[in-house]
Design a protein around this ligand. Sequence first.
Ligand SMILES: Nc1nc2c(ncn2[C@@H]2O[C@H](COP(=O)(O)OP(=O)(O)OP(=O)(O)O)[C@@H](O)[C@H]2O)c(=O)[nH]1
Ligand SMILES: [Mg+2]
Length: 424
Amino acid sequence: MSDAIRQTVPKGFRLHIGIFGRRNVGKSSLLNTLTRQQSSIVSDQAGTTTDPVEKPMELLPVGPVLFIDTGGIDDTGTLGELRIKKTKDVFDRTEIGLIVSAENHEGGALTDYEKAIIAELQKRNVPVLFVFNKTDLSVPKAQTLEYLREHKIPFIAVTSVVLTSVAATSAHGSEGAARSALIGALIKIVPEDFLTPPPILSDLVPEGAMTVLVVPVDKEAPKGRLILPQVQAIRDILDAHQSCIVVQDAQLKDVIARVTPPPALVVTDSQAFEQVAEYTPASIPLTSFSILFARQKGDFKSLVEGTQALANLKPGSKVLIAESCTHHPIGEDIGTVKIPNWLRQYVGGEVEIKQCQGHDFPLDTLPEFDIVIQCGACMWNRREVISRQMHCRSAGVPMTNYGLAIAFLLGIFDRAIKPLEGKY
Ligand SMILES: Nc1nc2c(ncn2[C@@H]2O[C@H](COP(=O)(O)OP(=O)(O)OP(=O)(O)O)[C@@H](O)[C@H]2O)c(=O)[nH]1
Ligand SMILES: [Mg+2]
């Protein structure tokens, strides 16, 4: 795969591999060794990496991955705290954790820091690989190995700077063999659900069925192209040897009248839900792209349950609207204009609405909200949505997503989730 193509694979498809450990143990050196590039700055100064550094790579046979090099989390002071917070945010999107350490560091390779990271990742069911680095200076101690075996944590021993310097002169030296061993160890712990993600919609209709996709081309539609969920839905249909018709909402009525047998499913952009529900006879199953993505990207059952909390909203209730990607809202933006309007209409009064974007999520003030409405998260991986659901659950706040919330507020919730019955 060329570099240009590699960069265009959306982040949400990549297996996210977080690199954690104390300062100066060689996390960034390890990333550079893995990617054969100076992706991350290395120095003997503790605290070199501050913001997480993301590096996409093709890891065969797994496919596209995203390495996330983090700052060490073993110091205090204002800068230390900021770095620790940024590193902890990375836990939320990590699907495999590399814990880098070295026996020649204070307290040995396994201190309370490593144990805390292991516990945090294992709590989230994230597979962990323990990497002994700097083995040119110190080798793994028996008691560390015993602990890892007891906790069923696979490990590998490397020497990342020596590898990097060898890489400069030889592409096939021992450095190549060590890198292969490291990648081999990583591949062994790739989560099964990454290798076989659930289909988007092809399992919801009978074999050979025809689906209608409703794609309004309005002011917010990007110029000259479709957006990722629409493209993925079409690809899923093609992979399953099914067929589809793609129309704008205004053409839907005419298409339904002309097609026999009738389509097995109609999938619409949530923004056109009301109109599309009216044009689609009750006998034809109907849902939205955003609802399909709620199943692909998260724990659908608890999102459906969370949606019911909308019924308890009253004037003055507090709602958090979370958007995964940062974009400049234009015109009738769904998160900043349309959903707030539907909410006001539903409760019959003013609602206090806060917005957040990207990886920023107000964990401190979360318990104050009556509900969190999360976007379809098409650019995110499944684990990040599930982590967000976990944060909401522990704060006692129900969480739903755009498509489910819109269907609920418009009074078509039961109809919109019916096509997914028994499939989650
Ligand atoms: N001898 C030896 N030195 C290493 C090895 N790996 C890294 N180093 C050195 O250790 C120092 C720290 O390396 P970094 O990769 O910057 O460490 P880091 O974990 O990213 O540190 P922070 O970004 O501060 O958290 C550098 O001087 C590296 O050259 C190794 O395997 N052997
Ligand atoms: Mg670093």
